[in-house]
Design a protein around this ligand. Sequence first.
Ligand code: ADP
Ligand code: MG
Length: 463
Amino acid sequence: CWARIRARLRDEVGEVEYRTWLRQMTLQGIDGDEAVILLPTRFLRDWVNSHYGDRLRALWQAEDANVRRVEIRVAQAATAEPVMADGAGMASSRPEPSGLAESLAPAPRPPAEPRTSDPRSDWVVPLEARFTFDTFVVGKPNEFAHACARRVAERPASPGFNPLFLYGGVGLGKTHLMHAIAWAIREGETARTVAYMSAEKFMYRFIAALRSQSTMEFKETLRAVDVLMIDDLQFLIGKDNTQEEFFHTFNALVDQGKQIVVSSDKPPSDLAGIEDRLRTRLGCGMVADLHATTYELRLSILQAKAAAAQVLVPPKVMELLATKITSNVRELEGALNRLVAHANLFGRPITVDSAHEVLHDVLRAHEKRVSIEEIQRKVAEHYNLRLTDMVSARRARNVARPRQVAMYLAKQLTQRSLPEIGRRFGNRDHTTVMHAVSRVSELIAQDASFAEDVALLRKMLET
Ligand code: ADP
Ligand code: MG
């Protein structure tokens, strides 16, 4: 069965690709409804996971309907590996340690290196070894969040810093900072217990406890920690029971003078669907955001990562990546990893040409990325308005309509969320943006010359 799956994959992707990425796969075995596949390096694992994971799963299912999940692991645990959360399966195509690593272990951490712990144990799962303060590159966009994180790591539960609420877009370093705090506290002088988990995991644990009627134990375990960290809190939106439980845990811990650290993709005020009293409490400590990266920060991060990996990356290549891959650090890191892997596999140095060749898909995807500011500028120019009209409260039709067009284009051409777009348009509500988007769509359908106008603007922005 495994031989057939491999043969089919080989047919599908071709010999070269198969040899490059997939040849070294071995089947460890089938465990219940999960097939476990091994690869020799973490890099290969991540690569195969993100590029062939879905295909592997589909092929397995075609061969054996009992196999519902495919997990890809690194053959020998030479480095501390983030552990796949149960049930994550192959659906998470991008390997993301964030929600998946967690830990609850007494401090100080035993001096044993490398940082590993027993992944079979329910609570003790390693933190990502790379995510420390040492490896976190500080720049303007993240210096405040970083300083707050440092402060909490040095003096947990100091007034004004509890809870610490970190927020920012995907891949900007929230999980990294949280793990860094956890490592630092564990390595500190005083024995402290740090619990880190994703909000998702918190919910699963809670539900499991409810099922097995062990909620008391669950509560006691959580309330015994000194520092509780919950990552990606936005996951709790709409999950009322879990929120309630978290709220009680939160209050109990804060009352006992314990530190809470929470991360989210939005500020507390934007967490619609999180109960008011919880939102209020979340926002009453220190709220720190991680801003989108700047060119300078991207360049510093690339330099740091290349140095850590001990590879020679020409400055021109770093400039190319820092210019083009602006979305987030994770993608930037992914691009660098691909370059390094390519160079290693083929034994060739990294050059600007090879970068273009290896990363053509990524670079192209980023070419069309437009900023909200650019959209506002172009739209204002086009309709003969001032840039400030885009963010002003003026409601006159000749101003309001272009503003709606700009919001529409921002939704179409950027990755920004509705609340974020609203904020950038003079702190408007996300429903205003939603309304603008649907209004402009309607007008495009009804009015040919308006449609042409918008198409023209779009074209100017995209090229
Ligand atoms: P988030 O949790 O905000 O989605 P992560 O913390 O998982 O993002 O960061 C994504 C990747 O980018 C990680 O590999 C992380 O190490 C890296 N990263 C983010 N910010 C920085 C930084 N300032 N310095 C070094 N690496 C960073
Ligand atoms: Mg994260």
